[in-house]
Ligand binder design. Sequence first.
Ligand SMILES: [Zn+2]
Ligand SMILES: [Zn+2]
Length: 150
Amino acid sequence: MYRCEARTRLDNDVQATAELMPTAFDSIEWVSDYVGENLFHCELEDVPHDHHAAFLRNGTSREPCTDVYLCWRDESGPQWLEDVEVCLKVENPMAPGCTIFRGHPGKCDWEYIGPSMLAVLVQSDHFVRELRLSHLLAFPVSPAERQEDA
Ligand SMILES: [Zn+2]
Ligand SMILES: [Zn+2]
């Protein structure tokens, strides 16, 4: 039920390769502005998997939607890139679905415990509360609707 703890730094030549890959979108969306400095954290659940994988940038295809993943086995070993279709298996309140690649081992990204997931949960709870509040302010509930709620 926990996230894999594997981390690695992006090799310069792998980054250069990723910069040369085309994109189906207006521009390449990187995982962050500091790709070269970033410590990449495997996004899979902590179940046995063939290699680690972390989102690097958006993919070369829009339909189906793909993402480019940084893949590695050991921190000191070779890295490679995979342009793979997004999972999107199950809907969740914050996004169209799981953002890990299709066929990934383990559970989908919000079904296991990871620090980033906890942050998203806190955020979504806050967001839902704000949404309810603004909804009430913008659309006062009519007497008929109130009866339906009761
Ligand atoms: Zn892993
Ligand atoms: Zn998934």
